[in-house]
Design a protein around this ligand. Structure first.
Ligand code: PAF
Length: 292
């Protein structure tokens, strides 16, 4: 494969796959020798339309796209769904082949974390509160693995979805604070026809939960519209909470109006503000967010 370094291209039409960091670096060095800029799309697999939009944006930004597939154990607590998290490598590779992905990085947990791995990246500021209040382990796991992926691949651009808005802002802050020389490109949330944000965890929903799930976007749109028109923050958030419970959600972990960059809570609507929410439906958590 031209510029492909140590990457093996299976003869079934799948893109070349590398599993070790050395082979990843060789393949990326080959792309650079050929004069190409490189975009990285970090994923945990189970690729859906949201991921494919990230991969499409990567392809528009750079002539070579690397997609990583790694279900990162350190961002799951022992009580979360690491074992049950959807995995379908064959289907993912088929989608990546159709999208023209140039290289797939599929490390094992052993490749990523030595038995005596002792380092973690912790991001305060945008990484504090909201998701962290409910999942305190989460952003340290995400920041550590994303930091590793960026240092392993050294892409010109790394692509993240606005769907995971706090993750996006946390990664941006980490990249800025640690002087990592990759640009972070954000892609708007991809939604199902009824507005539900695409997520691998949507597959966990029963048919009736799936109908309820669509109300999250509707209720967020109403609240964001009223806040954007100058509505009172406390009153509108309370109204949205009531609407979510009445719609049938089993719990609301948070709904908050925050600064769109720092994620500090806002007591008054303003330009650039973001409304973020996390709700529960049975054992499934859904998150979503909207700009005002
Ligand atoms: O958004 C995800 O899929 C994951 O959190 C990420 C960024 C790939 C890190 O494991």
């Amino acid at each position: 494969m031209p510029g492909g370094g140590g990457a093996a291209a299976p003869d079934n039409g799948s893109p070349p796959i590398v599993r070790g960091v050395g082979d990843l670096r060789d393949a990326v060095a080959g792309f650079r020798r050929d004069g190409h800029r490189v975009a990285l799309v970090p994923t945990m697999g189970a690729l859906h339309a949201g991921h494919m939009a990230l991969i499409g944006a990567a392809g528009e930004a750079c002539p070579r796209t690397v997609v990583s597939i790694f279900v990162n154990p350190t961002q799951f607590s022992p009580s979360e769904d690491f074992a049950a998290y959807p995995r379908d490598d064959a289907e993912d590779l088929r989608k990546l082949a159709a999208a023209g992905t140039d290289l797939v990085f599929m490390p094992t947990a052993g490749d990523m974390y030595a038995a005596d791995f002792a380092t973690s990246v912790s991001v305060a500021g945008p990484g504090a509160g909201l998701e962290s209040a409910v999942r305190p382990h989460f952003f340290t796991g995400v920041a550590t693995v994303v930091c590793k992926l960026l240092l392993q691949c050294l892409p010109d651009i790394a692509v993240f979805g606005e769907k995971d808005y706090q993750q996006l802002q946390t990664v941006r802050r980490m990249v800025r604070d640690l002087d990592i020389a990759s640009e972070i490109l954000a892609v708007p949330t991809v939604r199902e026809a009824d507005g539900l944000a695409c997520s691998s965890r949507n597959d966990y929903l029963t048919a009736s939960q799936r109908r309820t799930a669509a109300r999250l976007y509707e209720i967020l749109c109403q609240a964001a519209g009223r806040l954007g028109a100058g509505g009172d923050v406390i009153a509108e958030i309370e109204r949205a909470m009531v609407a979510l419970r009445e719609a049938g959600f089993d719990g609301v972990d948070y709904i908050a109006l925050c600064d769109g960059e720092t994620l500090e809570p806002l007591s008054e609507p303003r330009q650039g503000a973001r409304l973020l929410a996390a709700v529960r439906l049975g054992p499934t958590r859904l998150i979503d967010n909207l700009a005002l």
